[in-house]
Design a binder for this molecule. Structure first.
Ligand SMILES: CC(C)(COP(=O)(O)OP(=O)(O)OC[C@H]1O[C@@H](n2cnc3c(N)ncnc32)[C@H](O)[C@@H]1OP(=O)(O)O)[C@@H](O)C(=O)NCCC(=O)NCCS
Length: 96
């Protein structure tokens, strides 16, 4: 998902949302530095929620890297809460 375009036709904000049939997942939410604090992040999260609800998805998940308390606060004020789970990962293709 992309939002808007600046005077050079570059996207202002973007996010990736997926639905695996069980949960929805939000990845790569990002707003261009000069456009932050104007509601574009919130708008993308709300758009993701609408798309998922339309598909019958009951819950939206996202992952925040540890050690980013301000980002956690950001998502808390958008209605997210800690899911008290441990995320495990296994790399299948080497990160070059
Ligand atoms: C996190 C990010 C997407 C927020 O986008 P944004 O467009 O600046 O956020 P918004 O303008 O929608 O902010 C919505 C609300 O969150 C608040 N907020 C913004 N950043 C915050 C922060 N770091 N901590 C707490 N609250 C924050 C705003 O004040 C606003 O509150 P309001 O609606 O009551 O006025 C943006 O800062 C960013 O791109 N960061 C770098 C990439 C990143 O870390 N992405 C997250 C990956 S998990």
């Amino acid at each position: 998902m992309l939002i808007g375009a600046d005077e050079l036709d570059r996207p202002i904000a973007s996010a990736m949302v997926g639905y695996d049939g069980h949960r929805g997942w939000l990845y790569y939410l990002a707003v261009d530095t000069q456009w932050r604090g104007r509601g574009y992040g919130r708008a993308l999260v709300e758009r993701a929620e609408t798309l998922l609800i339309e598909r019958g998805c009951p819950k939206l998940m996202l992952m925040v890297r540890q050690g980013q308390p301000s980002l956690e606060r950001y998502y808390h004020q958008l209605g997210f809460s800690d899911s008290e789970t441990v995320t495990l990962g296994k790399r299948l293709i080497r990160d070059e």
